[in-house]
Ligand binder design. Structure first.
Ligand code: CA
Ligand code: CA
Length: 488
């Protein structure tokens, strides 16, 4: 029996202004988010990044500066100061929310000085293929962190701690350059031949000094922040054995579970399963294949075969290892992995992650609050309804009716521990219609209504638990007990 359903929220989006004061803003919303059933909050990277206050935090410069030292033009980061970050974490934890820190270890940006390095240019579409003789390049690879002046750590980085870079400052030439004597890690994603290199100065995880520093940094970070777990960035570009050991080590150091979700951005479910087998210390991965299905369905004008919505997704193959999501900061319009799910389909997608038994759903700040910069409106109203339906009513045995190219549905029987629980969910990517579904005996002989407000009529469920449930075209309806004790 599940006591309460877990729900995660990604609390940022790409285009937030640089005066968003994100850490401080959390002090106003923590309790409200908890009331909606959100018990995991994923916060953006807290590290001083190359772009200073204009950097989302993924262009990491100094892992030991969380908005504390005058570096890259300011003391604070885009989201605030270190003290504000720590205050927000404490406050959220007191509100009953577990905080996940976003950890970005794959690369560095914004070096303090350049160095002369012997390097090979490689084919960007096959990184195993060298496409020129070795030559001397000038690369920005020396990190001395003068503003921090060795506080917390005296480990500085130079070219020997990296594998490669994407710019030769001598010939002002862009490309992927692998340093002489270095090789890409084998144990990474095989896309583009070898996907070790993503961007910036690619950290060499075969260099023992680097690895040692990241182990001691991890302990330092946990000690400073006391976070409850991690969202691990770009793991398909880092050898899996590194994070397996890093997590194992940190869990041994603390009595916390350290819940982790990894970003392995691939639509191929076998690649995700393969990673989970290699790194058994990681709890979950984001279900990118499911996000991909949402996107394709949303662009298919009703021609998507809804029977296949969950086919070959992580939540289907490894339900307990899946964090399901609709969109995130990288899939937003204009971003590196742009694959935005169209507006009309969003409520269908959110019902498909929030109102099912499997997976931990993660709702996106940009969907919940909207993205003003891109004129994308908030979905707060409908998401609040679905979040509360999840929190109070989405329990019991699930029965699937994934049997039609347009209209699919499922029911949850409810359970004894959650009063009035159980529901019927029905969605259509084509025309409206209905489906006979069985909601089980908890809701037998009751009247259900559509809490989304999309269909106004009510449905009577007979003594055997059968009802005929309606949905409008290109829409979703969530049928719950009419006189239930909650006000959704
Ligand atoms: Ca890498
Ligand atoms: Ca269809």
């Amino acid at each position: 029996m599940k006591e309460t359903n877990d729900t995660m929220m990604q609390y940022f989006e790409w285009y937030m202004p640089n005066d968003c004061m994100l850490w401080k803003s959390l002090l106003n919303v923590g309790k409200d988010l908890k009331k909606l059933g959100i018990n995991y909050l994923w916060l953006p990277p807290s590290f001083k990044s190359a772009g200073g206050i204009n950097d989302t935090g993924y262009g990491v410069y100094d892992l030991y500066d969380m908005g504390e030292f005058m570096q890259k033009g300011s003391i604070r980061t885009k989201y605030g100061t270190k003290q504000e970050y720590l205050d927000a974490i404490k406050y959220l934890q007191r509100s009953g929310i577990k905080v996940l820190a976003d950890i970005v270890l794959n690369h560095r940006f914004g070096a303090d000085e350049k160095e002369e390095i012997i390097a090979y240019k490689v084919n960007p579409n096959n990184r195993n293929e060298v496409i020129g003789p070795y030559r001397t390049i000038e690369a920005w690879t020396k990190f001395k962190f003068p503003g921090r002046n060795n506080t917390y750590s005296d480990f500085n980085l130079d070219w020997s701690h990296f594998n490669g870079i994407d710019y030769d400052d001598r010939q002002k030439e862009h490309g992927i350059f692998r340093f002489y004597g270095k090789h890409w890690s084998d144990d990474v994603d095989k896309e583009l031949g070898n996907y070790d290199y993503l961007m910036g100065c690619d950290v060499d995880f075969n260099n023992l000094d680097v690895v040692d520093d990241l182990f001691s940094w991890g302990k330092w970070f946990l000690n400073q922040t006391n976070v409850d777990g991690f969202r691990l960035d770009a793991i398909k570009h880092i050898r899996s054995s590194f994070y397996k050991r890093w997590l194992h080590d940190l869990k041994n150091e603390t009595d916390k579970d350290l819940f982790t979700v990894g970003e392995y951005f691939s639509c191929n479910v076998d690649s995700l399963i393969n990673y989970l087998q290699k790194n058994d210390e990681i709890d979950t991965l984001f279900d990118v294949p499911l996000h991909d299905h949402f996107k394709i369905a949303s662009e298919s004008q009703g021609h998507y075969d809804m029977r296949k919505l969950f086919e070959d997704t992580l939540v289907d193959k490894r339900p307990s290892k899946s964090v399901t999501f609709v969109d995130n900061h990288d899939t937003e319009p204009g971003q590196s992995l742009e694959s935005w799910v169209k507006d009309w389909f969003k409520p269908l997608a959110y019902a498909s992650i929030l109102l099912r038994q499997e997976g931990i759903p993660c709702i996106f700040y940009g969907d919940y609050y909207g993205i003003p910069f891109k004129n994308i409106p908030p979905m707060k109203e409908i998401l609040n309804i679905m979040l509360l339906a999840r929190k109070y009513l989405a329990y019991g045995k699930q029965k699937d009716y994934l049997d039609d190219a347009n209209i699919i549905g499922w029911t949850l029987e409810g359970d004894y521990y959650h009063q009035d629980s159980g529901m019927a969910v029905i969605l259509s990517d084509g025309e409206g219609g209905c489906k006979c579904m069985n909601v089980g005996k908890n809701l037998a002989n009751t009247i259900l209504y559509d809490c989304t407000g999309n269909v106004k009529e009510t449905v009577y469920v007979d003594k055997d638990g059968n009802g005929i449930f309606y949905v409008n075209g290109g829409s979703v309806s969530v049928w719950i007990k009419k006189d239930n004790m909650y006000n959704l």
